[in-house]
Ligand binder design. Structure first.
Ligand code: HAM
Length: 426
C-alpha cells in the first residue's frame, strides 16, 4: 500500500481527468459504492475457488457480520444495481466508478495490496455491440494516453453449461500430465482447472500447448456472439487477437473476456493494464432480474508505469514576501483578494517570524513564481507594495490600493508573450 505524494498527484489527476472525460462521451454516469461490503457478496460473485476469494481478501468480523474491504468493483456495482431496482427505470444502464481496491497479494512492481481501478459496467445489452464498444473504448483510452505496444486479447469462454463441459475437457486432458504442472496448477486441477490455461509458469504453458480449444465447444449462439464481437472490432479497425487460453481470474464471466497488455514504459511482469468481460448470469445469480451485462476495469498504478510522464501545465504563482508580522497580515489580505481573481498565491509565512528576504526569494524561484510581492517596513509606512517581476528581473513600487490590478495586468502581459501554454492566472 503506497502513499501518493504531491509530486505524483498531478499524474494521477491527469489520468483521472482523461478517463472521466472519455467515459462521459460514451454515456457513462458515475456511481459510488461503499468500500466495505458483506463477505458473501464477493464469495458468491467473484467465486470461492478464485485466488481473490481464496487467499487475497481483507475480511473481518464486526458485530458478528462478515465484512470484506472490496477487492474489485463489479460485485458492488451489481449489488447497487439490484438494490435500487435500476432496471425498472432504465433499459440500458452505463455506470463508471473509480477508487481503491484491496487484495492481499504478494507485492511486486505493478502488483499492490491497495491499488486503484477505474471501471465501466454496461447493463441491459446482450451484445455483441456492447462488448466491442467497450473494447474499442479501452483501446481509445490507452492510445489517448500515448501508451503503445498494446496487446488486446479476446476470447469467448461460453455460458455456464459450455464452461462446465470445457472444464471437464481441461481436467481430463491435464490429469495424466499432472506431474508436469506447476505446484499451484496441480492444486488448481480439481478446484479451478480453467485457470491453469492462463498461468504464466513455463511448465503450465508447455502442458496446455496441445489442449483442445474452448472455441470448439461453443454452442451456435455463443459462436455467433463471438463472431459478432470480432466482426465489430474488425469494422472499427480496433487491433486485437484471439487467444483461447485467456480465462481471467474471476468466476462471473460468460462468453466474451478480454484483457489489454503492454510492455511499454516501466511495466514489468504485471503487464495487464485492464481487463473485463461479459457476465450475463451475475445479476440474476445475485438475486436480481435476468439482465445481461459487460464491463471492464483498468489499474491506475500499472497505467502510470506504462505512461511517459505527460508535461503538465504549471499554474502561474505569485508569492507574498512579508518582512515582519504586520506585513504578513497585510499580505494575507492581499493574497485573499488575488485568489478571488483566480491567481495562485503562495504566502511565505516564515516572513512573519523574521525569515530573510533572500531566503524567501530563493524559495519563490524554486517554486517557479512569476511575481513576488514584498512588503517591508518602508512599504508598510508608505501604504505601498513592491512587485518583483522574477521573470523580467525588474521591480517597481505600487500603491496598496492598486496592487491587485497591477498584478493581474502583469500576469496578463506575460501570458500574452508566452502564449496559452503559460497557464494563465487561473
Ligand atoms: P481484474 O483483472 O481483477 O478485473 O482487475 C482489473 C485491473 O486492475 C487489472 O488489469 C490490473 O490493471 C489492475 N489490478 C488488479 N490487481 C491489481 C493489483 N494487485 N495491483 C495493481 N493493479 C491491479 C476486475 O477487477 C474486474 N472487476 C473487471 C471487470 C469489470 N470485469 C467486468 N467488469
Amino acid at each position: 500500500m503506497s502513499d501518493i505524494l504531491p509530486d505524483q498527484v498531478g499524474q494521477w489527476q491527469y489520468l483521472e481527468r482523461t478517463f472521466q472525460s472519455m467515459v462521459k462521451r460514451y454515456g457513462y454516469e458515475e456511481v459510488r459504492t461503499p468500500l466495505l461490503e458483506s463477505t458473501a457478496l464477493f464469495t458468491r460473485s467473484v467465486g470461492e475457488t478464485t485466488d481473490i476469494v481464496d487467499k487475497e481478501m481483507y475480511s473481518f468480523e464486526h458485530n458478528r457480520e462478515a465484512l470484506t474491504i472490496r477487492p474489485e468493483g463489479t460485485a458492488s456495482v451489481v449489488r447497487a444495481y439490484i438494490e435500487h431496482h435500476v432496471h425498472q427505470q432504465q433499459q440500458l444502464t452505463r455506470w463508471w466508478y473509480g477508487g481503491p481496491m484491496f487484495r492481499g497479494e504478494r507485492p511486486a512492481r505493478g502488483r499492490y495490496r491497495q491499488f486503484h481501478q477505474f471501471g465501466c459496467e454496461l447493463f441491459g445489452d446482450p451484445g455483441p455491440i456492447g462488448d466491442a464498444e467497450l473494447i474499442d473504448m479501452l483501446h481509445h483510452f490507452f492510445t489517448s494516453l500515448g501508451i503503445g505496444q498494446l496487446d488486446i486479447v479476446v476470447n469467448c469462454i461460453g455460458d455456464p453449461p459450455t464452461r462446465a463441459l470445457y472444464r471437464q475437457v481441461v481436467h481430463d486432458y491435464l490429469m495424466p500430465r499432472k506431474n508436469e504442472l506447476s505446484e499451484d496448477s496441480q492444486r488448481r486441477l480439481d478446484r479451478n482447472p480453467l485457470r491453469i490455461l492462463d498461468s504464466k509458469d513455463p511448465r503450465d504453458i508447455k502442458a496446455v500447448a496441445g489442449m483442445p480449444s474452448v472455441l470448439d465447444y461453443l454452442t451456435d449462439d455463443e459462436r455467433t456472439h463471438f463472431h459478432g464481437v470480432c466482426a465489430c472490432l474488425d469494422r472499427l479497425q480496433t487491433p486485437y487477437r484471439v487467444d483461447t487460453t485467456l480465462v481471467r481470474g474471476l468466476d462471473y464471466y460468460t462468453r466474451t473476456v478480454f484483457e489489454v497488455r503492454t510492455q511499454a514504459g516501466q511495466v514489468g511482469a504485471q503487464n495487464a493494464l485492464g481487463g473485463g468481460g461479459r457476465y450475463d448470469e451475475l445479476v440474476r445469480q445475485m438475486g436480481g432480474p435476468s439482465i445481461p451485462a459487460v464491463g471492464f476495469a483498468v489499474g491506475t498504478e500499472r497505467i502510470l508505469l506504462a505512461m511517459q510522464s505527460p508535461k503538465l501545465p504549471q499554474p502561474v504563482i505569485v508569492t507574498m514576501t512579508p518582512l515582519g508580522s504586520r506585513a504578513a497580515i497585510e499580505s494575507l489580505l492581499i493574497a485573499r483578494k488575488l485568489r478571488t481573481h483566480g491567481v495562485h498565491v503562495d504566502l511565505d509565512s516564515r516572513g512573519a517570524a523574521g525569515a530573510s528576504i533572500k531566503s524567501m526569494l530563493r524559495r519563490a524561484n524554486t517554486l517557479g513564481a512569476r511575481l513576488s510581492l514584498v512588503i517591508g517596513e518602508s512599504e508598510l509606512a508608505a501604504g505601498e507594495v513592491q512587485i518583483k517581476d522574477l521573470l523580467k528581473r525588474e521591480q517597481y513600487v505600487v500603491p496598496r490600493a492598486n496592487v491587485v490590478a497591477r498584478v493581474l495586468e502583469a500576469l496578463k502581459a506575460e501570458d500574452a508573450q508566452e502564449g496559452p501554454q503559460a497557464g494563465g492566472a487561473g
